[in-house]
Design a binder for this molecule. Structure first.
Ligand SMILES: *[C@@H]1O[C@H](CO)[C@@H](O)[C@H](O)[C@H]1NC(C)=O
Ligand SMILES: [Cu+2]
Length: 424
């Protein structure tokens, strides 16, 4: 009898666990994926995995797929930025690119670049080093000459080298920190909140900071685009997974021409319903993230080689939790109410000076203690340019208000004498 009760209880629990993820009205039921792949941080790929990715990208470049993705993004750009289409469109778009890469090698998953951990000095990131995506452009045309695209000649919109133009001479101005993105994840109650919070912060800052082709509407010409947008998609997926019952199919805010969006909409520029990309593990969305697996208790999800390097996760979290209660409540509601999921804490991951996982000769990196002299010195994030805001079709007021709030958060943490482990 007791056993029966337990079994019955489990069935109910199972039913309840998925009840809120009931398909929205009018949506077709999608089959569960037979196989779910895991997208990982680029520096945790082993050399074979990274080489396989680089080879598939090279093949896609040769077959002009990179040009096609630049062309297509430019074609639909004005409809899919600065409004609620942003997250769902780019999820669909990245998945299409991944499918193309898999036509060359079925084992490929696009890695992500956790650009937040490099936010203080992005140009120092190993990801912009010659073993990965290459660095700044040089010469009169700002041509990239290092990394996997160092020899590229693109043909859209006209024949040109891959172009980058770091936004502060040879360096890049500060981006948005893990501390800030953690705050966005915890504070966003609606899909529209999350979309604006992510698109106007780390999303725009990376595009502008790298410059050149990344600062255009054919930005997928740059291989940075996909690793960057997979990171944006990861944040969306994590935010959904914090409260899957209410957030999986949450879709609100406004779309093109400020018209309210609906879950029955098609993703702009596609014949795919919005709802078809929202639930990972179903239909064509056969992937998850290493961070989501880790949050679900899979200790092996974050790569062993680097597990020693990730051994410092609680330093930032524990310090943040000791901020004055008013500051904590304002910026970190989930920490304040003691119910934070690891999915809404971006301070659990890597260190900015992480050595390149793809280089087997690189010694394991010992994380230094945060430098005391940096106490209370988190930099303000760099602002988006008016040209960029206009190009994205975003509301200037929305961006300015958000940038002000981001600076307020940095000031509040600095005033509280917070010592960030991401500063060096
Ligand atoms: C370039 O970086 C320096 C040092 O962080 C900063 O003081 C300066 O304002 C930046 N210049 C521009 C044009 O953003
Ligand atoms: Cu885009």
């Amino acid at each position: 009898m007791k056993l029966l009760n337990i079994a019955f209880g489990l069935v109910l629990l199972g039913a309840r666990g998925t009840a809120g993820q009931t398909l929205p009205p009018g949506a077709a039921a999608l089959p569960a994926c037979a196989q779910i792949t895991v997208r990982k941080e680029v520096r945790s790929l082993n050399p074979t995995e990274w080489q396989a990715y680089a080879n598939a990208v090279a093949a896609a470049y040769t077959d002009k797929w990179i040009d096609w993705f630049g062309f297509y993004h430019n074609l639909v750009a004005s409809n899919v930025h600065g409004n609620s289409n942003f997250l769902v469109f780019h999820r669909h778009y990245i998945n299409s690119y991944e499918a193309i890469l898999r036509s060359y090698n079925p084992a490929i998953s696009i890695p992500y670049w956790n650009a937040m951990i490099d936010y203080q000095k992005p140009d120092k990131s190993a990801v912009l080093g010659s073993s990965y995506l290459g660095g700044d452009g040089t010469g009169s045309k700002n041509c990239v000459t290092t990394g996997i695209a160092g020899t590229w000649t693109l043909s859209y919109p006209k024949s040109h080298c891959l172009c980058r133009n770091f936004n502060n001479g040879t360096t890049i101005n500060s981006w948005y920190s893990p501390e800030y993105i953690t705050s966005v994840l915890q504070k966003s109650a609606t899909y529209a909140d999350l979309r604006a919070g992510i698109e106007n912060s780390i999303h725009g800052a990376v595009h502008l900071g790298i410059g050149g082709d990344m600062d255009t509407m054919h930005s997928p010409s740059d291989p940075v685009f996909f690793l960057h947008h997979v990171n944006i998609d990861r944040l969306y997926a994590q935010w959904q997974a914090v409260k899957p019952d209410s957030r999986t199919y949450m879709y609100d805010g406004t779309g093109v021409n400020n018209a309210p969006v609906a879950i029955t909409d098609f993703i702009r520029g596609t014949s795919t319903p919005v709802s078809a990309v929202m639930r990972l593990g179903y239909g064509d969305m056969c992937y998850t993230y290493d961070t989501i697996k880790a949050a679900n208790g899979d200790a092996s999800a974050l790569v062993k080689r680097q597990s020693k390097c990730i051994a410092r996760p609680n330093q930032a979290t524990e310090q943040i939790k000791q901020l004055p209660p008013k500051v904590l409540e304002k910026f970190y509601p989930s920490f304040a109410n003691g119910a934070a999921s690891p999915l809404e804490n971006e301070m659990l991951s890597l260190h900015p000076l992480q050595p390149m996982g793809a280089d087997p000769r690189a010694p394991l990196f010992k994380i230094p203690a945060p430098s005391e002299r940096m106490r209370g010195k988190m930099p303000h994030p760099s602002k988006l340019s008016d040209e960029w805001i206009k190009m994205q079709g975003t509301s200037v007021a929305e961006v300015k208000a958000m940038e002000q709030a981001a600076c307020d958060m940095v000031d509040a943490l600095n005033k509280a004498n917070y010592l960030s482990p991401y500063l060096f």
